[in-house]
Design a protein around this ligand. Structure first.
Ligand SMILES: [Zn+2]
Length: 131
């Protein structure tokens, strides 16, 4: 069922949408740090290890699970544009492979380059919401 390439494409697009959303979280946090700095709250502004809750970047358009990750780590992982963070078990074998397993999440790498400017979430046959 997941073999045809159009559904693979949809799944990859979904992950790109989630990543875009996560990058927005990251940007908002940068803004927050800037405000904190201007406000004299240097401890918050200087804290690169602050854990944030990012969306699971899997193919299931209904998945709203969060992954706790510090900002520096999130930035580092996404330097590779084919890399995504997903909850353990949320990877889909025919579009990506797990490159690293962590305690609370897996880092996966796409076989094909995801779109840089994804549109919207697509319905897919993947259902991770019960895992
Ligand atoms: Zn997920």
């Amino acid at each position: 069922m997941l073999q045809d390439s159009s559904s693979n494409k949809k799944m990859i697009e979904n992950e790109a949408v989630f990543r875009k959303q996560n990058e927005k979280v990251q940007k908002d946090f940068d803004k927050l740090k800037q405000i904190a700095k201007e406000d004299g709250q240097d401890n918050l502004a200087k804290e690169p290890e602050t854990p944030l809750y990012f969306y699971c970047e899997c193919s299931d358009e209904n998945c709203r699970q969060r992954i706790q990750l510090d900002l520096a780590e999130h930035t580092k992982i996404h330097k590779n544009r084919r890399a995504f963070v997903v909850k353990p078990g949320h990877q889909v074998g025919n579009i990506e492979r797990v490159v690293e397993e962590r305690l609370d999440y897996n880092i996966v790498e796409k076989f094909t380059m995801p779109p840089e400017s994804p549109g919207k979430l697509n319905p897919t046959a993947v259902n991770n919401s019960t895992i």
